[in-house]
Write a protein that binds this ligand. Structure first.
Ligand code: CO8
Length: 262
């Protein structure tokens, strides 16, 4: 299937499909086309029996995904903001609930929607130059693709609060210590080799058991649906604020924002 923002390649021997988000000039930022194509590609790998596992990465060495596309975000209002959040959450949930293992190979910046996308994968293998973070508050926003929910479950409430409220970014070693990254490798080549080795180990196990294990681990998360709906509602409500206009405009004008608190 041809894509304009993704490259999808399946190795017929291993059954591992590598999906690469391919907008290197915008650090692989998630615009609506990327979200639409991610939906399509994960629908297609779900139904393709030749695909046994997925490795998701970003093109180049600088970024996995530097966030949602801030140019597109800047036009959102309360209604379209909440709608886009719900739509994106569904795509990310389809990754989390794919009955096949998914590794995010995080090669460089994974910010905002980039960290949220990596968190929706089952495991994260990082390169030593990886940077994770949810800097949405610096734009007058909150994470809207499930980050408030998944980061909290992964690292606990206190650490999640610290990272989401301050927008502080964490480098690979700290992400490893926090449990955000499963492992860290020197460069993309080593991280890819390690990701493939890990997948090969998983693919040697009983396939139905692996699929059920994914379901069972996902089922450990209770109270899921209401948390995501609240995130989307709050995300939308922030799209009606002056601080959101100021935050996104300041990024696009390459200057520091001046927030007024309204
Ligand atoms: N959106 C759009 N364009 C981007 C983004 C982005 N998130 N990130 C980088 N770019 C673009 C830059 O504008 C630049 O484009 P151009 O060359 O045309 O000016 C190009 O990519 C290269 O970027 P930089 O020149 O900025 O590269 P640097 O090495 O100087 O800096 C950084 C790298 C630090 C990663 C910097 O690009 C940056 O701060 N990017 C934004 C990071 C960010 O704030 N991400 C969070 C976005 S908000 C978000 O993800 C919300 C998710 C929830 C959405 C929910 C529903 C809608």
């Amino acid at each position: 299937m041809p894509f304009s923002t993704l490259i999808s390649e399946t190795d017929p021997n291993s059954g591992i499909c590598t999906i690469t988000i391919n907008r290197p000039d915008k650090l692989n930022a998630l615009n609506s086309e990327v979200i639409r194509e991610l939906k399509q590609v994960f629908e297609s790998v779900a139904s393709d029996e030749a695909v046994k596992a997925v490795i998701l990465t970003g093109s180049g060495d600088k970024a996995f995904v530097a966030g949602a596309d801030i140019k597109e975000l800047s036009n959102l209002d309360e209604k379209t903001g909440e709608e886009l959040s719900i739509k994106g959450q569904a795509v990310f949930a389809s990754i989390e609930n794919l009955g096949k293992p998914v590794i995010a190979l995080v090669n460089g910046y994974a910010l905002g929607g980039g960290t949220e996308l990596a968190l929706s994968c089952h495991m994260r293998i990082a390169t030593s130059n990886a940077v994770f973070g949810l800097p949405e508050v610096s734009l007058g926003l909150i994470p809207g693709y499930g980050g408030t929910q998944r980061l909290t479950r992964l690292v606990g409430k206190g650490k999640a609060m610290e990272l989401i409220l301050s927008g502080r970014m964490v480098k690979a070693d700290e992400a490893d210590a926090l449990g955000i990254a499963n492992h860290v490798y020197d460069d993309k080549e080593a991280a890819m080799e390690a990701s493939k080795n890990l997948m090969s180990n998983i693919l040697r196990q009983a396939p139905v058991a692996v699929a059920r294990a994914i379901e069972a681990v996902n089922a450990s998360e209770t109270g899921k649906e209401s948390g995501y709906a609240e995130e989307a509602r709050l995300f939308g409500s922030l799209c009606a604020t002056g601080d959101f206009k100021e935050g996104t405009t300041a990024f696009l004008e390459k200057r520091k924002p001046s927030f007024k608190g309204n």
